[in-house]
Structure formats: structure tokens, C-alpha cells
Ligand binder design. Structure first.
Ligand code: NDP
Length: 246
């Protein structure tokens, strides 16, 4: 395994996939650096990981603020001496047809899902370049692979991130930087709770998630698989979905 001793920063670590990834990587011996806005949740997670014998620190991070990403990366370097992996996981979903003109929701998704990743790149890339190695993992979505009604903007943000990562890969020479896009299908998390305004539709989707959605730990294991490769191996794209998903 290459994970023990690695330093991994994770955005959106306060719930769902991010929290599960933090637990899993810490249990495998990584030092984890957690960022999100709900610091009470992060503090509980740090305590849980430390009680289990792992290493974790946390900072309040709003990914729409470039300085917050720099704080997260600086914390990794100050506390653990380096940053091996940034997992750009923080994300939001606001589902509606384009004709509903939810301009505010579109902007919010672009700000968090796309600019949030760019802010992570701006913070981590100088450190990766200085070290001569680094790995950017992003959590995108199967929504970007199969576009369905109400998901055009959400899917667009996820495909924008896929494009950014391929651009980064093309620009990085000598194999010093690895990039990975993880595309989960349905996962049982809090994401849907804020995504849909209509309570009837929201309950239907929540019901589907409860019935067939993956446990977030499944995505955490996929992320760990990508991180755990030898230095000369890059997992570029990885799709993980429930067997019962359309
Ligand atoms: P959750 O809602 O449980 O987690 C989302 C995380 O993002 C939270 O930790 C939240 O933390 C954080 N977040 C949201 N906005 C911001 C912000 N402005 N700054 C910092 N952190 C922020 O959902 P998931 O675990 O499902 O979502 C994680 C990722 O997985 C997202 O990118 C999502 O798009 C993607 N995904 C999820 C799928 C699913 O079915 N659940 C399927 C495919 C992809 P806080 O509010 O504390 O800041």
C-alpha cells in the first residue's frame, strides 16, 4: 500500500462522501486534513479519527473563497510537512429545468462545483510543483455522463471539472502530477436534501436513494484505490454506481 504516511486534504469533509473518505483514508494510515464550513462536524470527525489512532486536523473552508483553500493547504504543510493529495469533493446540487430560470442556483453550483476546484488547484499546484509530486482527485458525477432533465447545469459543472483535470494532465510534464475524476452514481448522503424544491419530488428521490443508493464508504474505497497506486500509475476516470441504477 502507498497510502500509509500520505497527507491528504479533503474538501466537503463534514458529511457524506467526504467524511467517509476521511475515515477510510485515516484508518489506512493517511494523515487527513479536513475542510468544510460546518466546523462542529469537522471537530467531531477529527476527535473520532484520533480516538481510533489516526491523524487528522481541520479548518473552516468555504471553497468559494480562494484564501480558504490556501489555509487548508498551508495547514497540511505546517502540520504534516507536505501535501500528497487534494480531494476536491465539496459540491452542491440544485435541480430544476433550464426553463425555470433558477439563475441563483446556477451561479451557486458554478461557484462551489467549478470555482471551488479552481481555487483548490490555485492553492495546491504551487506545493505540488515545489515537491515534484502531487495528486488531484475530484468527485464529479455520473450525471455528467448521462444528461437527464433538471440536471443540465449540475452535469455541466461536473463535466467542466472533468475538462479542467484533463487540461491539467496535458499540461503537467514528467509525470509529477496525477489527476483522477471519480464519478459516483446515486449515493446515500445529504446532497438531495437541498437539491430539489418540490417536496413531493424530493421525497421520491430520497426514497430511491434510500432503496438503491450506495453507502458513501463505497466511494471512499474507490478514492482510496486511486490514491493507493504506485507513483507511475494514474487512475484517470473511475465510475462507481449502484448495480440497480438506470
Ligand atoms: P453532502 O451534502 O453530504 O456533502 C457535501 C459536502 O460539501 C459537505 O461536506 C458540505 O460541507 C460541502 N460543501 C458544500 N458547499 C461548500 C462550500 N461552499 N465550501 C466548502 N464545502 C462545501 O453530499 P455528498 O457527500 O453526496 O457530496 C460530495 C460530492 O459528491 C459532491 O461534489 C457531489 O456533487 C458529489 N456526488 C454526489 C452524489 C450523490 O448521489 N450523493 C452522486 C455524484 C456525485 P459544509 O456544508 O459543512 O460546508
Amino acid at each position: 500500500m502507498t497510502i500509509p504516511g500520505k497527507v491528504v486534504a479533503i474538501t466537503g469533509a463534514s458529511s457524506g462522501i467526504g467524511a467517509a473518505t476521511a475515515r477510510h483514508l485515516a484508518a489506512l494510515g493517511a494523515s487527513v486534513v479536513l475542510g468544510a464550513r460546518r466546523t462542529d462536524r469537522l471537530d467531531h470527525l477529527v476527535a473520532e479519527i484520533e480516538t481510533a489512532g489516526g491523524r487528522a486536523v481541520a479548518a473552516r473552508v468555504d471553497v468559494t473563497a480562494p484564501d480558504d483553500l490556501r489555509t487548508l493547504v498551508d495547514l497540511a504543510v505546517e502540520r504534516f510537512g507536505r501535501l500528497d493529495v487534494l480531494v476536491g469533493n465539496a459540491g452542491i446540487s440544485r435541480l430544476s429545468t433550464l426553463a425555470e430560470l433558477d439563475v441563483e442556483g446556477w451561479s451557486a453550483m458554478v461557484d462551489v462545483n467549478v470555482k471551488g476546484i479552481l481555487h483548490g488547484i490555485a492553492a495546491a499546484l504551487p506545493v505540488f510543483t515545489h515537491q515534484g509530486s502531487g495528486h488531484l482527485v475530484t468527485v464529479v458525477s455520473t450525471s455528467g455522463l448521462k444528461i437527464t432533465p433538471t440536471q443540465a447545469v449540475y452535469a455541466g459543472t461536473k463535466n467542466a471539472v472533468r475538462t479542467l483535470l484533463e487540461g491539467l494532465r496535458q499540461e503537467s510534464t514528467g509525470g509529477a502530477l496525477r489527476t483522477t475524476s471519480i464519478s459516483p452514481g446515486y449515493v446515500r448522503t445529504e446532497l438531495v436534501d437541498q437539491a430539489i424544491d418540490d417536496p413531493t419530488v424530493r421525497e421520491q428521490v430520497q426514497q430511491t436513494m434510500a432503496e438503491i443508493g450506495l453507502d458513501p464508504g463505497a466511494v471512499a474505497r474507490a478514492i482510496a484505490f486511486a490514491i493507493d497506486q504506485p507513483d507511475d500509475v494514474e487512475i484517470g476516470d473511475l465510475t462507481i454506481r449502484p448495480t440497480r441504477q438506470d
